[in-house]
Ligand binder design. Structure first.
Ligand SMILES: [Zn+2]
Length: 146
């Protein structure tokens, strides 16, 4: 897609440090890494959001993410753990609207982390959880929105 930096990388127009490529996905180093070794697993076809990813492509993204995680653990780069992160939508922090899975190697003191809301840690009342679960079950019973 014109103007999409990931499509340009896939087409070879924009350089990237590619570590893996197959028929479904490409994996390359994030140009603005959160930590050393941070890479992205990206579908070869332009897909903007999570809901648009075909199941076979999603499975490929996850399985290649697993392979990248294993490679990071054996790469000699600092890696005592791994986070996967996928931002779907601007409110979730998505900045490139070509779906991508972040594979982020972690080690103690790396400075990266999740910021929890102030009320985190308070156990929610069961009736409130059940109310939320009911809303989700209702959404699941409807045909998927397109
Ligand atoms: Zn794209």
């Amino acid at each position: 897609m014109a103007g999409c930096v990931f499509c340009e990388i896939i087409a070879g127009v924009t350089p990237a440090s590619v570590v893996y490529r197959d028929d479904l996905v490409i994996a390359f180093m994030d140009i603005r890494p959160l930590v050393e070794g941070h890479l992205l697993v990206v579908p070869n076809q332009h897909i903007s959001g999570l809901a648009d990813i075909p199941p076979s492509v999603g499975a490929g993204m996850f399985s290649i993410g697993q392979r990248m995680a294993s490679a990071l653990r054996h790469s000699g780069l600092p890696c005592a753990g791994i986070n996967f992160f996928l931002a779907d939508g601007e409110a979730a922090g998505q900045t490139v609207f070509h779906a991508h899975l972040h594979v982020i190697p972690r080690h103690p003191g790396d400075g990266f982390g999740l910021r929890f809301p102030p009320r985190y840690g308070h156990r929610q009342a069961q009736d409130a959880l059940e109310h939320q679960a009911e809303k989700i079950r209702e959404a699941l019973s409807r045909p998927p929105a397109q």
